[in-house]
Ligand binder design. Structure first.
Ligand code: ASC
Length: 151
């Protein structure tokens, strides 16, 4: 009983004190996770871009659905950039991410904020509103990539 109690305590203490990285069994999993989240986000963002740029017809419902996925996915990758995930699988993430964590977080927070605005903009049903919000969101993708993604 004592052993079980202390194991339970140890497990609870671990859950409380370890960084978000601990949700991944290994660095490779964290890298795959963040790449997957960013990939799914890019697929849905690309569909919005096609509408914003007139490559496919504007459909308000499709736009709203895609923008909602973008806003949801935008929250996910960042917990997978934890300590020790600089390498472990092929990655374009620059080492500066782990040196300039506050700056990196500013970028990710900006994306989360802009993609939430994008989802709200898409719900208005106005293509012009969508275009503006798409541009602002794409700008946050680009500025982070310029700083923290290798070519
Ligand atoms: C996309 C995509 C990105 C961003 C970026 C915006 O659709 O895959 O990485 O937009 O190109 O500048």
């Amino acid at each position: 009983m004592k052993v079980i109690a202390s194991l339970t305590f140890a497990a609870a203490a671990c859950a409380l004190s370890v960084p978000a990285f601990a949700q991944f069994a290994k660095a490779e999993d964290a890298i795959k996770y963040r790449q997957s989240a960013l990939f799914v986000m890019a697929q849905h963002f690309g569909r919005l871009g096609a509408m914003a740029n007139g490559r496919i017809p504007f459909d308000a419902k499709v736009a709203a659905d895609n923008a909602e996925v973008v806003a949801d996915m935008a929250k996910l990758p960042w917990a997978a950039f934890g300590p020790g995930t600089e390498q472990g699988a092929p990655t374009k993430a620059k080492p500066d991410i782990w040196v300039e964590q506050a700056k990196f977080k500013e970028h990710s927070d900006k994306l989360i904020a802009e993609s939430a605005k994008l989802a709200a903009a898409a719900k208005t049903g106005s293509l012009d509103t969508l275009k503006t919000a798409f541009g602002a969101t794409a700008g946050t993708c680009k500025s982070c990539h310029d700083a923290y993604r290798a070519k």
